[in-house]
Write a protein that binds this ligand. Sequence first.
Ligand code: DGL
Length: 279
Amino acid sequence: MNTPTNNRTAPIGIFDSGVGGLTVLKEILELLPFENIVYFGDVGRTPYGGRSKEIITQFTKQDISFLAEQKVKFIICACNTASSTALEEVQKGSEIEIIGVIEPGAKAAVEKTKNGKIGIIGTVATINSNAYASYIHSLEPQLKVFSLACPLFVPLVEEGYIDKEATYLIARDYLQTMKDVSIDTLVLGCTHYPLLKEVIGDIMGDAVTLLDSGEETAKESFRRITTSGLLHPYSSQVPAPEGELKYFVSDVPEKFSSVASRFMGKEVTNITRVDISKY
Ligand code: DGL
């Protein structure tokens, strides 16, 4: 059982199955640059997207207990696969507030759509969980939701295949069904997809709004941390001093640092290896 802290200087914990959560971290750093942050990337066991609910839940519990040991004040599950598949169960046993990426992404889609047709793309596990569609329907039952797994997008992004012809070919093939049903809003329901925003945007056209769940989650985290009175005291200083950022990973740091530097657009250092099987 983890214990909550009301220590405003305690770090915010962010975790993901690997490097993808860095897209969420980037958004958090924009909004909360003065916060101390602990990022955990489960690079030793990534990807989660093709795994069973049982395994994803076990991994998610371990990721959270590692962050709890770091005495974090708030936890962000940046991984769509973990958020959609395991979070409901894991949140029940946690004293520390944990936010996932599904509800903020789904809520933004409900607010954005004009023609009532929303598309969701994500990993196989995220799509099979039906979490986005269920949450959207709990808000607005009449909306039409079209869900599609795009499993090749994650390896393409990790290999740096961002604006290559091969990526366009695969994306065109995947997204044709979304075009056929004339959605006007598409939720990028996976940490890696914001890096393909241009490709996906080119294919879907200007009439379709792309929503980044990570960006919506960062805004919602800012609101919740403020409401719970947990904002770092530096937040009131102008200019506010920058917080400390520590990375932890479940495999050798070298495996993480090169891809992470590409995601962050700058060199990533301060990386420590963790034996996640102990948690
Ligand atoms: N982080 C995962 C997600 O957002 C993508 C990578 C994986 O499959 O683990 O769903």
